[in-house]
Write a protein that binds this ligand. Structure first.
Ligand code: UDP
Ligand code: MG
Length: 315
């Protein structure tokens, strides 16, 4: 098997027919042995039925059906785990990532890279808020992490079997796959593309899922928030010391009668700072807990992916 395509699917019934046709057309034109794996991540619509029908009609197409919605990153993980290709493409199922880029990605990889990611030159059909927060997030992440996570890049990319095998050795529960792939190293490069808008349907990434992904990215690759809590503590203590000197002075020399506003302000301020610091610690502890429980990352209800040397040890 030369090339596997992994596509996570969550409520994509309106996009699936066009997606499937376009990917198949691309695969038909490639002189390679290929497979296409759809991972149904607990869709509530008819996605599963569509995928089953597609798999029945083309021997290259397979499906994995999760027992419930586990999330985009976990769906990608399952697809990578069960893939058999010497190279694997990961792409979204809403046609925001053009299948027509696959041959270029493959050709670039064969120039001697282990990872070729597709970088968004432009993004269409996203709200101003989303564009702005994404821009800020990617830049913030680049500043505070030690690994070099590429800017403005999603999970649309091609990786070699070496990288898939390395990913399989990273059992963390809170996946931020693009960060993990950067961490793995090897020779990596990118191609630029213009990201179109979602063909149909609604985004499966709600804001709460996006915030979770952002926090997973930060906590998995940086301890800076924890250090900021420490530094904040020192700064606030220093300020408190100065205020204390003033309070003593005011008590003896100014006979300052206005005690309670300053008390209120300092109690509320300190309370806020402390809760924030505890919250930061909590984010890390929650992830420690998830990893300590060692639950499987996903539960597969049913799959027709054939067992091969590449995937037989997978969950
Ligand atoms: N997706 C998924 N599980 C989820 C949410 C999304 O498998 O819980 C899939 C979705 O079907 C799509 C891809 O992940 O193929 C990207 O999702 P979406 O388009 O909502 O994200 P966005 O493009 O807005 O970042
Ligand atoms: Mg999308």
């Amino acid at each position: 098997m030369d090339l596997s395509i992994v596509i996570p699917i969550y409520n994509e019934q309106v996009n699936l027919p066009a997606l499937n046709a376009r990917v198949r057309a691309v695969l038909d034109a490639l002189p390679l042995q290929t497979e296409l794996i759809y991972v149904n991540d607990g869709s509530h619509d008819d996605s599963l039925a569509l995928i089953r029908a597609m798999a029945a009609e083309d021997p290259r197409i397979h499906f994995i059906n999760f027992s419930r919605n586990f999330g985009h990153q976990i769906a990608i993980t399952a697809g990578l785990d069960l893939s058999a290709g010497a190279t694997v493409v990961v792409m979204d199922g809403d046609l925001q990532d053009p299948p027509e880029l696959i041959p270029e990605l493959y050709a670039k990889l064969k120039e001697g890279y282990e990872v070729v990611y597709a970088k968004r030159r432009t993004r269409q059909g996203e709200s101003m808020v989303k564009l702005f927060t994404a821009k800020v997030f990617y830049r913030l992440l680049a500043r505070i992490t030690s690994v070099n996570i590429p800017l403005d890049t999603g999970d649309f990319r091609i990786v070699s079997r070496k990288v898939v095998n390395a990913l399989k050795q990273m059992p963390e529960q809170n996946k931020f796959i693009r960060g993990q792939i950067s961490w793995i190293g090897y020779r990596q490069t990118f191609l630029e593309f213009d990201r179109s808008e979602r063909a149909g349907g609604v985004p499966g990434y709600t804001y709460s899922k996006l915030i979770k992904l952002a926090l997973d990215g930060i906590t998995s690759f940086s301890d800076l928030p924890l250090r900021l809590a420490t530094i904040g503590g020192f700064v606030v203590s220093g300020a408190a010391f100065v205020v204390m000197l003033y309070a003593i002075y005011a008590h003896f020399f100014l006979r300052n009668p206005e005690g309670w506003p300053s008390l209120m302000v300092s109690i509320l301020f300190l309370g806020g700072v402390q809760l924030m610091a505890v919250g930061v610690i909590g984010e890390y502890i929650a992830r420690l807990g998830a990893n300590a429980r060692q639950r499987p990352l996903y539960i597969i209800d049913e799959t027709d992916v054939p067992v091969s040397a590449e995937n037989e040890a997978s969950p």
